[in-house]
Design a protein around this ligand. Sequence first.
Ligand SMILES: [Zn+2]
Length: 228
Amino acid sequence: MLPPEPHRTERIGWLRAAVLGANDGIISTASLMVGVAAASSSRRDIVVAGVAGLVAGALSMAAGEYVSVSSQADTEQAELDRERAELATDPGFELEELTNIYVGRGLRRELAEQVAAELTAKDALGAHIRDELGLSDVLSARPVQAALASAASFAVGAALPLAASVFAPSSASLTIVVASLVSLFGLGALSAGIGGAPPIYAAVRVTFWGALAMATTAAVGWMFRVAV
Ligand SMILES: [Zn+2]
């Protein structure tokens, strides 16, 4: 058998998830700290906000990912069980169903019947899962791994503005904003480049949204400093 042709889309799945998680971590934690910095000049307040933002965000990403991947796995399992039951109770109907799918994809009736019969003889459930349900990687969803991976990528992203706030020479907010925007631009360009897309648009897009988020929370923080 020939080795499978390598495709960029396979790599993009996890890489994209990791980059998106890191982007989230940078944008939300930096915005949180810039908002607090606009309201209070205490370095300690800013750092506490950053640490709380990192922990809260990572846990929220983990919970969201766990719930979403689990429910996807439940749905796939239910479809699998139903298909297995249908194959056991009405194999004739299922063979006809498979044949019609191949006819629909352009095979002659006679050839479709032959293909359906041979695939059914080899692995009936596998053929129905693939061609009827359209699931390629059956039960590949791993909720715990997915939750840990997205929490970790968020935390790595969030650690960046947090480190900037700790090591900032004087103005914490300026250092946070510059470090965050530069990292967002770099991450955007990197992920687009690896995916084979033009890097500049992706980089500008994510940097724009990051800047908008930080400007908004800074405005909110500033209103508190003025009003309270
Ligand atoms: Zn079926």
